[in-house]
Design a protein around this ligand. Structure first.
Ligand code: SAH
Ligand code: SF4
Ligand code: F3S
Length: 450
């Protein structure tokens, strides 16, 4: 490659899960320490970071089509940006990217991006750079202070996965489970709150596997961390995602009844409603066990909004087994959910199983599942009408004077009035749609206000 001028502007495009969004922010902060600034809206950036996702085939292929588009636009404009591929595709297919996409200068895995500045120096000198090491905790120690502004912030507390579900690439792309130390997390949360965050969502591929020692040296799980975070003044809301049923403990369930700042929302993927399929997926829990867990959450927090992930068309899934998934959906009445067609991923055990399901069958099953899920989501929203709750404003709405925020149950709520981003507004929910609700700010008499 030819040496190029050091980049002055960057753009980070994050795909995939919220952990990638978090990583994207941290990469941006890192570039900031080098005086590289975000490209303005509509402006070509000197450096583009594609922060990629490998979870399903479609997501992974996106990186190559994006690179193709940039090269084409670059040829027309007479200048192609420096291209860096980060994230889980970089980890899984680093060598292939370098082979297939000569325009890429940098390939950096999710555990190595703290070394981005040195890699950038190399790339500017005309040398291609790859780093897909997994140095566990080193990354976080090497990153600069948080600068993130805005009312809702992410905080990665746990990374990696030891579960090896037979369909999933995450254990390979993100490595083994690690927990960041308690003191670092409290410090980062404080930094975020000082920068204006009022809500923090704790992130991890298996966030409830977080384990550490609190400030007194006592063993703590995620519940202990949440209790400690709740003591930070100015932090109003705490959320966490994604949990695994097998890492759930009584203390975390209890925290939902004890910690006001912990929002009444639980994302707990189940993937399938069939015990045979769950076994083939290596989920290591049963439908019954999963439902029992949810009942415990509902017992301490009756209004809790439940969310899940589902895969249709896992190899060998019969029509009857698929119907078991519809049954669990009806039994739980999810407030929200994500659902996917099974995508065979290279290197995972399920990819070579017999009984791969035909695309039309998958398509039809996904359609039926999404109809059921949509029905329950709408019903949950409709049942919320009449409730008064706090909505935290995250952005402006479509019309002037309109605001968009989140209810405690993570519903999108829009309303009008004289407010600002970050405001917590008491709102009565007056009308429900399938994906959002309309609200009306209410004035709480001073003697009743908390
Ligand atoms: N650690 C989380 C999930 C991380 S991946 C958990 O276990 O709950 C997010 C979701 O992507 C998974 O819950 C699953 O529903 C989906 N997924 C993962 N691998 C997939 C594949 N090969 N095909 C289709 N969906 C997949
Ligand atoms: Fe993937 Fe299973 Fe780990 Fe979740 S628990 S990240 S689905 S292997
Ligand atoms: Fe995708 Fe990696 Fe997240 S594969 S879902 S970006 S952990």
């Amino acid at each position: 490659m030819e040496p190029v001028a050091p980049p002055k502007t960057y753009r980070v495009k994050s795909f995939g899960c919220q952990m990638n969004v978090y990583d994207g922010e941290r990469m941006a902060e890192l570039l900031g320490t080098r005086g590289i600034t975000p490209a303005l809206e509509g402006e070509e950036a000197d450096l583009v970071i594609l922060n990629t996702c490998h979870i399903r085939e479609k997501a992974a292929e996106k990186v190559y089509s994006d690179i193709g588009r940039m090269v084409k636009a670059g040829a027309q404009a007479g200048k192609t940006p420096l291209i860096a591929v980060a994230g889980c595709v970089a980890q899984a297919e680093g060598e292939e990217i370098m082979r297939r996409a000569p325009a890429v200068s940098i390939v950096v895995g999710p555990q190595a991006y703290h070394r981005l500045p040195e890699m950038l120096d190399k790339a500017v000198g005309g040398e291609r750079a790859t780093d897909t090491d997994m140095p566990a905790i080193a990354k976080f120690d090497a990153l600069p202070a948080r600068r993130k502004r805005g009312p809702a912030a992410f905080l990665t507390v746990q990374e990696g996965c030891d579960k090896f579900c037979t369909y999933c690439v995450v254990p390979y792309t993100r490595g083994a489970e690690i927990s960041r130390p308690f003191a670092h997390l409290i410090a980062e949360a404080q930094m975020l709150v000082e920068a204006g965050a009022k809500e923090i969502t704790l992130l991890g591929q298996n966030v409830n596997a977080w384990a550490g020692e609190d400030d007194k040296g006592r063993a703590a799980g995620l519940a202990g961390l949440i209790h400690a975070l709740a003591r930070i003044d100015g932090l109003v809301r705490i959320r966490y995602t994604t949990s695994h049923p097998n890492d759930m403990d009584e203390a975390l369930i209890a925290a939902h009844g004890e910690v006001d700042k912990l929002m009444p929302y639980l994302h707990l993927p189940v993937q399938s409603g069939s015990d045979r399929v769950l076994k083939a997926m290596n989920r290591q829990h049963t439908v019954e066990g999963y439902l029992r867990l949810l009942e415990k959450f509902r017992a301490v927090r009756p209004d809790i909004a439940l969310s899940g992930d589902f895969i249709v068309g896992f190899p060998g899934e019969t029509e009857a087994e698929f119907e078991d998934t519809l049954r669990i959906v009806d039994a739980v009445r999810y407030a929200h959910a994500f659902s996917f067609k099974y995508s065979p991923r290279p290197g995972t055990p399920a990819a070579t199983l017999d009984g791969q399901i035909a695309p039309e069958v998958m398509h039809e099953r996904l359609h039926r599942l999404q109809e059921r899920l949509g029905h329950h989501q709408f019903a949950f929203n409709q049942a919320s009408v009449g409730r008064t709750c706090q909505v935290m404003i995250e952005r402006t709405g479509r019309e002037p004077g309109q605001w968009l925020g989140k209810s405690p149950w993570l519903q999108s709520v829009w309303f009008s009035g004289d407010h600002a981003i970050g405001d917590l507004v008491d709102v009565q929910l007056i009308e429900a749609g399938p994906n959002s609700l309309q609200g009306e700010p209410v004035r709480i008499p001073a003697e009743l206000a908390r």
